[in-house]
Design a binder for this molecule. Sequence first.
Ligand code: ATP
Ligand code: MG
Length: 1004
Amino acid sequence: MAEHESPEFGKADFVLLDNVSMEEFMANLKLRFEKGRIYSYIGEVVVSVNPYRAMNIYGRDTVEQYKGRELYERPPHLFAIADAAYKAMKRRNKDTCIVISGESGAGKTEASKYIMQYIAAITNPSQRAEVERVKNMLLKSNCVLEAFGNAKTNRNDNSSRFGKYMDINFDFKGDPIGGHINNYLLEKSRVIFQQPGERSFHSFYQLLRGAPDSLLRSLHIKKDPTAFSYIKVGGQIKSSINDGAEFKAVADAMKVIGFTADEVQTVYKILATILHLGNLTFGVDGDVTLIENRKLVSVIRELLSTGEENVEKALLYRTVSTGRDVIEKQHTTQEASYGRDALAKAMYERLFCWIVGRINDVIEVKNYDARVHGKNTVIGVLDIYGFEIFQNNSFEQFCINYCNEKLQQLFIQLVLKQEQEEYQREGIPWKHIDYFNNQIIVDLVEQQHKGIFSVLDEACMNVGKVTDELFLQGLNSKLAKHAHYTSRKLSPADKSLEFDRDFRIRHYAGVVVYSVVGFIDKNKDTLFQDFKRLLYNSSNQVLKKMWPEGKLSITEVTKRPLTAATLFKNSMISLVENLASKEPYYVRCIKPNDVKSPLLFEEERSRHQVEYLGLLENVRVRRAGYAYRQTYPRFLQRYKMISQFTWPNHDLPSDKEAVKKLLEGCGFGQDTAYGKTKVFIRTPRTLFSLEEQRADMVQRIVLFLQKVWRGALARMRYRRMKAALVILRAYRRYKVKSYIREVNRRFKNVASMKDYGRHVKWPTPPKVLRKFEEALRSIHSRWWAWTLIKRLSPEEALQVRAKVATLEALKGHRADMGLLRAWEGNYLKRDNPDRASAFSLVASELQRKDKFMRVLFSCNVRKINHFHKVEDRAVLITDRHLYKMDPQKHFLAMKSIPLYNVTGVSVSPGKDQLVVFHTKDSKDLVVCLQGMVPAHDSRIGELVGTLLSHFKSEKRRLQVNVASPIQCSLHGRKSTVIVEPKINQSQPDFIKSRSGYILAVPGN
Ligand SMILES: Nc1ncnc2c1ncn2[C@@H]1O[C@H](COP(=O)(O)OP(=O)(O)OP(=O)(O)O)[C@@H](O)[C@H]1O
Ligand SMILES: [Mg+2]
């Protein structure tokens, strides 16, 4: 059953009609046709209505839609059935065939081409060159076969005048690896004669209208078809076919297929010969038969590459062997004309068969070894001439219509058989359905002894005069009682039948009156041996090969050849056998009108076809009992949402039980049967109801699924986010832990290290711990400092404090601070060892007098006096005073400045030892430390630090300036002191300058 089509297009499957009646069937067919839905199903049979317009439904997109899909998954289409056949072939290793039937012009050939295109489009995904070649050949062969085998008839502009059954072979991968074409009975009488309004085979018109002038000249033919009596009738007809363009397309296709240039030339020569033959006329001179237009004989001779005399002789005489003698018997003009026409027909037929043979040579499966490549499977496509009724129906129509009877019989058998077998297989009781079985007509034609073909063959074998009338008499006597046969003799009142000429058969598809004229000749299909020998003896090798039997000598006795009817009957029987051995798929084509209109749906005409194709019976059979069947799992898959027991999954012992529960739950228990693997539903209404319920549920399910899915998505996102956070946290913890562990590892033993871990490198902290690291470092630094400090003696502690003070005050301002040595402070004793006792005396005297606690600093200095003179002195700084002493006078204290008077000190940025003590009373003291041991010792840093540290301990402020020049105030007068390096200066010394003093220091 096909879905996915809106109800406005009617029922996609006729099985789903509410009532199986002709009215409903036709209404649905018409509705679908008018809505542009040319395909419908009856179960698995495709019903196709010729749209008579280009439909945009065969493109790549559509192929993709159908590829690999089940029949019911998409709207009805040829592609669906092609895919079903292909799938059966590929999945189940079954040989399949697609039988396309319908009357002339119903669209069989078009359908067969679309099917082949589809198969070509879905195969060979790996683009194997050999497979591409085969596909190309298969598609191209259509063009050539249509040129030579199709013609415009009154029913169809491109009517197939031969039957074609094409096998496509596939390898185990499902790719086409070759093929084979069987052709059936070409309507060769068309070569010499066409009904009014019809044409001969396309090939003739293509040659005349499309061949280049040079080619036409070499063939001695003119462009005008009316110049040739064989095709004159059709030559005047305007056709929708573009012969000129087709000529080129066919020439290209022949080239692609592999026809050699010689072969193509021979094809053209044969066509031209036939055209010339048609123009040959015979006359008599006395009792001699002669050719009236002998010029043509030379042309024919040239085209056939034979001797000129041979041509003439073959046309005018017949060689007869009487057993002992060989004699030449002259034709009458009538016999000569008959021979000429027979030659033309036979040459064309041979040509056609040879072309098919050449195509087969090229496409046949090569190098295939089943043991290596697996089973070689086949899809057959049958496109045969459709049932036809003309004004004048002859032997060909009889054969064609018989062929359609055979195929209808096959259809009836297979469709019924399949259905029956299915019910048996599934264990469902089957009730016989009445339908018209056309076996009776098949028998009428082909039965031994009594059948029409037998009567015809018998008539042909009669000795003496054999006429068509005799044949008709034979029919009348043998078939008088047959319900489907009649003639004027049997129904004298029927004026539509001519005495001694017509007989009528009630075919399954309609009543056809045949004229017996020509039956005998066509059945005998005689071609004089002389022609065969003539063509065999041609020096054109291609032509010679088409006529191997010309090799026989005249005296050789040959068996009587089988008649055309017998050959045809045999070929049909073997065709049907072949088809029956395969899994069949059917396309039933319907022709909606006789005027090729895309709009017109002629009810009467279409109903007639529906009737004779047995489509209604087909629907009935299909529905006999059950309109719908499906395997249990598939049924559940589609409808499980309807029942709470089956949605989303059932817990019953089997799918069968689940389906039963579902259907009974819906109240459809009466309308169903349960086979072994499939459920059967009797009325379409039940199925519709199921479909409706399903559609209803699907909406809810969609909403539900959306809801669930949205929830699932959100939950998924949330979980992912959470996981990310957990990972993040864990990672951070890990980084922090590893950092702390590393810090711990590196600093664990710092207490026992010599430098208390001063050299230990800090690991790089993770970003979050940068602040932490700063704190840690500062903790460590504090610990480290504390550890150092706590080991110091009180003196050392003082020294350290002083050094720290120096560092704070001078770091970055002064080049030299003297930090790296021990600070002794009281240097006068050490620097003046010879006067040490004197100094000690003075110092203790001063201590007693001034009650100082400790000496902060002492050193020899050079200073400037009131008179701008330089004097060498010493300074002693205690915690209370700064004393100026004269070392020359036993360190007599010259002057003392109470320390609380000192407000600041200024030093220079350089390495010199200049220092200015600023006092509250603006009597600054400018000195340069000197006489130091070791020489060049640097004590400014120590002096500044010691003072600062002392002031700090007394909570006083000491201003420290680092500057050059240094501003100072000497006895109330502003003055500047500049340090200047001077070459040749051995000792630092003060020199008076305009604004104050220069301390000249040794420079370089
Ligand atoms: N699917 C289609 N789409 C468009 N046009 C179509 C289609 N099928 C058939 N036709 C038209 O109908 C014409 C006749 O179709 P086609 O030749 O296939 O008929 P047929 O059944 O093979 O007849 P015959 O028995 O005479 O060979 C085509 O030439 C084409 O114009
Ligand atoms: Mg056709």
